[in-house]
Unconditional design. Structure first.
Length: 127
C-alpha cells in the first residue's frame, strides 16, 4: 500500500512538472482504476493497517486515460480506457476502445501483449 501511495504521488508530481507527459497520466489512470476497484473489506483493512489511501475514482481514471490519449495515443491507453468503461458498465464504449487498440500499429515492445489482452477482453465480453 505504501508503494501505491508513492505511485500516485510521483504521477501527480510528474504532471505538475510537465503537464504534457502522457505516461504520467497513464500511470495515474491505472492507479485510480485499481484503487477505485478495491472491495469494501479490502478498503477497511487498508484503512485499519495503513491509514487508508488517497481518494480514487473511475471518473478520474477516465479523465487521465483520455488525457494520455490526447497527448500520445498508445495501445495500452486504449486497453486501459476500455477496462474503465467496462467497470462503469459502459459495455459498448469498452468494446470500442479494445477494437481501436487492435487496429493500431504496434510501436512499443509491449504492444503485442496489450493487443492480445484486448482480444481476450473482446472474446470474453461478447453478449
Amino acid at each position: 500500500m505504501e508503494l501505491s501511495r508513492k505511485v500516485k504521488e510521483h504521477a501527480d508530481r510528474a504532471i505538475a512538472l510537465d503537464p504534457e507527459l502522457a505516461p504520467a497520466y497513464h500511470a495515474r489512470g491505472v492507479w485510480h482504476r485499481e484503487v477505485a476497484g478495491l472491495g469494501r473489506i479490502t478498503r477497511l483493512i487498508v484503512r485499519t493497517v495503513y491509514g487508508g489511501l488517497p481518494e480514487a475514482s473511475l471518473e478520474r481514471a477516465l479523465d487521465d486515460f483520455r488525457k494520455s490519449i490526447e497527448l500520445d495515443d498508445q495501445i495500452s491507453d486504449r486497453v486501459e480506457l476500455g477496462s474503465v468503461y467496462w467497470a462503469r458498465n459502459e459495455r459498448e464504449k469498452a468494446r470500442e476502445q479494445w477494437r481501436k487498440a487492435l487496429d493500431m500499429p504496434r510501436v512499443l515492445h509491449l504492444d503485442r501483449m496489450q493487443q492480445q489482452k484486448a482480444e481476450q477482453m473482446l472474446a470474453n465480453t461478447d453478449d
